[in-house]
Write a protein that binds this ligand. Structure first.
Ligand code: F6P
Length: 519
């Protein structure tokens, strides 16, 4: 019984010394690699026997078959009776694709042509000039991915375009996105898979009015909409001749960075960056599809997530992106992992017995060292951290070396700690009360991912890695990673409260009423 074996390994390992485990574990004799990324898992609370028990678990729940089902366009999203075809968007050609996967890949073509014609000026503004401002309006998976991609490669952007993002209902978000933009030279891109998200419709409506005030009935020519509901989009825009591009129903919002949701990036970063980005993801797809379990990067990380969350019981995982280009990655991963696997009931409606996805947070290294690293080192809670070290290969040498040293040092001190004896030897005259406060208990597990030549290909492979890790972990936990029933109740309640606030009618919940009373 894999799960019973795992409990025995947990009991054996939860107090083990990480340094001893790292030395004794042959499983890590060579670094785990895939599509240009290397992962070091030696500082996790696992040894050979525990890893082999995890491999048995993976086999027993059918992880290899689940991987096959994903790439065979089978129904892996049972509650919505859909396949998950984000991988089809990044295949290098149409070859080998058929059915829905083929139409998903073909969905990119019209928007790519639109982007290229706008970049060359063949598509011009209503007054015949070139577009200069590209304003992306979307939220969640219709925002995080494009925003991460645009920020990662801001240095490489096409400087003819000024790219802005707006996501929030807070009116100032759109005010900031439009600040300094001339509507006569602006394209507003609305991205909403459902074309029913309140925040996006609110901001799109305000942006459309902003355009119409300057352009009159030409406003629609300064808009592009990306959605799986063109019927709603055309009705909203009030004209059938809208620039409307497909966001396939079988591509989940948090898996849609590869789709036309990234139209703004296609324009402002140019086609080569997007092609390389897709190529890197496709390379990781091939690795995930073909690598044996023990050498399969997404599978090993998913097994580690299962072990840390469901066996050891760590309630969180902290992602530390030691790369300025990856500063938005933790936010992106929060939706990808927590909206996919933050569930406690399986697809058959049965409550799950063990914890699933941990709370994921983190930020940019080395910046976090001046914020929450005190907590990571000396709070009473030991939580797994995940270092992603990917500085530019051609960045200034001293800075790159220092960043590398800090990332390595943080992981080492978290694992090995700093004993009372170390402190006494280094600072013999220190008062005992202070010496005690300087102790680092250590034993804090971490993973370390590295890439030697970061760029669009590396980012594509990294995001595909996390997508597959999320899916594989969902299979291990027994959840459907592709639906999100947990977001509906809040939206429905907000609709009721908005109406009540508008009408001044009493609010049912006493505390809500007291809080609202102050507004
Ligand atoms: O958070 C719920 C959610 O549906 C996400 O899954 C999605 O990425 C986001 O809202 C935006 O949805 P849409 O693209 O349909 O506007």
């Amino acid at each position: 019984m894999p799960k019973a074996d795992l409990l025995a390994h947990k009991a054996r390992l939860e107090r083990a010394n990480l340094a001893d485990l790292a030395a004794a574990t042959a499983v890590h004799a060579s670094a785990l690699t895939g599509a240009g990324w290397s992962a070091h898992l030696e500082r996790q609370r696992l040894d050979d026997a525990a890893w082999h028990a995890l491999y048995d678990l993976a086999q027993s729940v059918g992880l290899p078959e689940a991987i096959e089902a994903l790439f065979s366009a089978k129904t892996v999203n049972p509650s919505e009776n859909r396949p998950a075809l984000h991988w089809a968007l990044r295949t290098p050609s149409l070859n080998g694709l058929d059915g829905e996967a083929l139409s998903v890949r073909e969905s990119l073509e019209p928007a790519s042509i639109f982007a290229e014609r706008l970049r060359t000026g063949a598509i011009a503004t209503a007054s015949g000039t070139r577009f200069e401002n590209i304003i992306h309006i979307g939220i969640g998976g219709s925002d995080f991915g494009p925003r991460l991609l645009a920020d990662a490669f801001h240095m490489e952007r096409d400087r003819r375009f000024n790219l802005r993002f707006c996501a929030n209902l807070d009116p100032i978000d759109l005010d900031l996105a439009l600040e300094g933009c001339d509507p006569h030279k602006s394209l507003v891109i609305g991205v909403s898979k459902s074309f029913g998200t309140e925040e996006t419709l609110y901001n799109l409506t305000r942006a459309k009015a902003w355009l119409a005030a300057a352009l009159g009935d030409k406003a629609a020519d300064h808009m592009a909409l990306v959605t799986s509901r063109p019927d709603r989009a055309h009705a909203w825009l009030g004209t059938a001749k809208a620039n409307c591009f497909d966001m396939p129903a079988s591509v989940g919002g948090r898996f849609s960075i590869w789709s036309n949701a990234a139209l703004a990036c296609q324009i402002a970063l140019g086609p080569q960056i997007l092609q390389d980005f897709h190529a890197g993801a496709h390379e990781m797809d091939t690795h995930f599809k073909t690598a044996k379990l023990a050498e399969n990067l997404p599978c090993r990380l998913a097994l580690l997530d299962y072990w840390n969350a469901s066996l050891i019981g760590y309630p969180m995982r902290v992602v530390l992106a030691y790369a300025r280009r990856l500063r938005f990655l933790p936010t992106y991963l929060q939706q990808l992992e927590m909206e996919s696997n933050g569930k406690s009931v399986g697809p058959q409606g049965i409550r799950l017995q063990s914890p699933t996805a941990p709370a994921l947070w983190g930020g940019e290294g080395s910046v976090g060292q001046h914020s929450y690293h005190q907590w990571l080192h000396q709070s009473g809670q030991s939580v797994p951290t995940e270092f992603i070290l990917a500085p530019d290969a051609n960045s200034e040498t001293a800075g790159r070396r220092a960043l590398t040293a800090h990332a390595l040092a943080q992981a080492e001190v978290l694992a090995n700690g700093r004993s009372h004896a170390d402190i006494q030897e280094e600072e013999p005259d220190l008062p005992e009360a202070i010496a005690a406060q300087k102790i680092h208990v250590g034993g804090r597990p971490s993973s370390f991912l590295t890439h030697s030549a970061f760029g669009p290909k590396a980012l594509g492979a990294l995001i595909a890695l996390y997508e597959h890790r999320t899916y594989a972990a969902g299979v291990l936990w027994g959840v459907n990673s592709f639906d999100q029933w947990g977001v509906e109740a809040g939206k429905t309640m907000a609709g009721r409260l908005k109406a009540a606030l508008q009408m001044g009618t009493p609010l049912e919940d006493a505390v809500t009423a007291k809080i609202a009373n102050g507004f």
